[in-house]
Design a protein. Structure first.
Length: 117
């Protein structure tokens, strides 16, 4: 059973930075998967914010985070990261990692990011 564990969230002031981590384990987790970071703010639908292909050469960012967030991965560690800079109050959400496109069974608990203005 695949498990995706997110960590690194917290409370930060606007303009600050956080680095989220996602560690994958279990079968059939594969470093060949395209992975994404998603977020869900209160009363809003979950949205994709960034995606990265298996070797890191192809990335995608939503318009709302482009230029501020950077997705990366370390396949030797089965890890995917999201560096978040210049955080804004509207970035407040629970952040999740998953395959992209996502698989329902693979959602983890997420990590809460709260940005205070």
């Amino acid at each position: 059973q695949v498990q995706l564990a997110e960590s690194g969230g917290g409370l930060v002031q606007a303009g600050g930075s956080l680095r989220l981590s996602c560690e994958g384990s279990g079968r059939p987790y594969s470093s060949f998967w395209t992975m994404g970071w998603f977020r869900q703010a209160p009363k809003k639908e979950r949205e994709l914010v960034a995606s990265i292909n298996y070797n890191g050469e192809d990335t995608y960012y939503s318009d709302s985070v482009k230029g501020r967030f950077t997705i990366s991965r370390d396949n030797a560690e089965n890890a995917v990261y999201l560096q978040m800079n210049s955080l804004r109050s509207e970035d407040t959400a629970v952040y999740y990692c998953n395959k992209n496109p996502p698989v329902n069974d693979y959602w983890g608990r997420g990590t809460q990011v709260t940005v205070s203005s």
